[in-house]
Design a protein around this ligand. Structure first.
Ligand code: SF4
Ligand code: ZN
Length: 303
C-alpha cells in the first residue's frame, strides 16, 4: 500500500517506501525542485535551453521544468535537438520530440550534423569509435547553438545513474580532471564562451525517471542508439545495478559522497589556459580544438 494515501502503489523507492501514482509524481517533481533550489541551478531570470533527444530523460526534464515555471514570464524554456544522422533511430526520436513540443508550445530548434558538418554520423562511422566522434561534435554544437540562441543555461537530462557511472569510470581510470568537471552545475559564470550546463535530474535514479516518463505518457520509446556499444560503461552500469539491488542506496551514496569532495577537486583542477581555436575561434585548451581535429581527419580521409 502507498504509505502516504493507502492506495495501490506503482513503485518501491530505494528507501523502501511504496508510492501510488499521484504521490510518486508529487515526490518526483518536489525532489527536482529541491535539486534546483539547493544547488542554485536556475536564477530569477533565465533563458533555458533543454537539450532533447526524444528519450525519457530529456523529455522528463523538459516536462518538469514546464510545470515548475508555467506562467513565469522571467523563465523562458525552449528545446534544442541534435540530429546526428543515425538511420532507424533518430527519425523516431525527432518525430516524438516534435509532437511533444507542438502539444506543449515549446520552441524546438533542430540542428543536424549533415547541415553543419556536411556528413551524417552513419556516413563516417566506419573504422571510427562512434561515441567519441559523436560526443565531441555534439558537445561542440550544443554549446555554439546555445550561445547563438542566447541561452543562459543549457539543461541536460543526466540522471543519478549516469552520474554514478561516470564518477566510477573516472575513478577506475584515474581521470580526476574529468571528474572535476562533473556536478549538477558546470561551467564558469565569468566565461561567456561556454554556456553553463545544469542537470536538474541529478539525484533522480533511472528507475524513477523511467517511471515518471511512463506514468506521464511522455514516451514509450526506451530503445537505445545502435552505436551504444561503450562496453566499459555498460559493465560499470551492470555492476552498479547489481550493487543497488543488494544494497539499495548505493548509487545515491556514490553521487552524494562525490559531491562532498567536488569543491576540492574543482580547486585542484588543472587550470589549462583557455585559448581560441585557430580554425573555428571557439574556446579550446589547445591551438586546434577537438572538433576541428576530428573534422580535419574526416576531411583528409574523404570519409
Ligand atoms: Fe552518439 Fe554514442 Fe550517444 Fe549514439 S550512443 S547518440 S553514437 S554518443
Ligand atoms: Zn576549432
Amino acid at each position: 500500500m502507498c504509505k502516504r494515501c493507502k492506495t495501490k502503489p506503482v513503485i518501491k523507492l530505494s528507501s523502501g517506501e511504496n508510492l501510488c501514482k499521484g504521490c510518486f509524481l508529487n515526490y518526483f517533481e518536489k525532489k527536482v525542485r529541491k535539486t534546483i533550489r539547493v544547488h542554485k541551478l536556475i536564477g530569477k531570470k533565465e533563458n533555458l535551453l533543454v537539450a532533447v533527444s526524444g528519450g525519457k530523460d530529456s523529455i522528463s526534464v523538459l516536462e518538469v521544468l514546464l510545470g515548475i515555471y508555467k506562467g513565469n514570464k522571467n523563465i523562458k524554456v525552449s528545446a534544442l535537438l541534435i540530429d546526428e544522422g543515425i538511420k532507424g533511430y533518430r527519425e523516431y526520436c525527432i518525430k516524438k520530440t516534435e509532437e511533444y513540443c507542438k502539444k506543449n508550445k515549446v520552441k524546438l530548434n533542430i540542428v543536424s550534423f549533415n547541415k553543419e558538418f556536411g556528413f551524417t554520423l552513419d556516413k563516417i562511422v566506419k573504422g571510427r569509435r562512434p561515441c567519441s566522434v559523436c560526443g565531441v561534435l555534439r558537445r561542440s554544437l550544443l554549446n555554439t547553438k546555445a550561445r547563438e540562441l542566447g541561452a543562459t543555461k543549457l539543461v541536460t537530462g543526466h540522471n543519478l545513474d549516469d552520474e554514478a557511472q561516470t564518477i566510477i569510470m573516472n575513478q577506475f581510470r584515474r581521470n580526476m580532471d574529468a571528474s572535476s568537471r562533473l556536478g549538477p552545475l558546470t561551467g564558469n559564470e565569468n566565461n561567456n564562451d561556454f554556456v553553463r550546463r545544469i542537470k536538474p535530474l541529478y539525484f533522480m535514479p533511472e528507475k524513477e525517471t523511467m517511471t515518471y516518463a511512463f506514468l506521464k505518457n511522455l514516451t514509450h520509446d526506451f530503445n537505445e542508439c545502435p552505436y551504444n556499444i561503450d562496453s566499459y560503461r555498460n559493465q560499470i552500469r551492470e555492476m552498479l545495478n547489481k550493487f543497488e539491488e543488494l544494497y539499495p542506496g548505493t548509487k545515491y551514496s556514490i553521487v552524494s559522497s562525490f559531491m562532498e569532495i567536488l569543491p576540492l577537486l574543482k580547486k585542484k583542477e588543472k587550470v589549462a589556459k583557455i585559448k581560441k581555436c585557430k580554425i573555428c575561434f571557439e574556446p579550446s585548451s589547445s591551438e586546434i580544438c577537438q572538433k576541428c581535429k576530428i573534422l580535419n581527419e574526416i576531411k583528409s580521409s574523404k570519409h
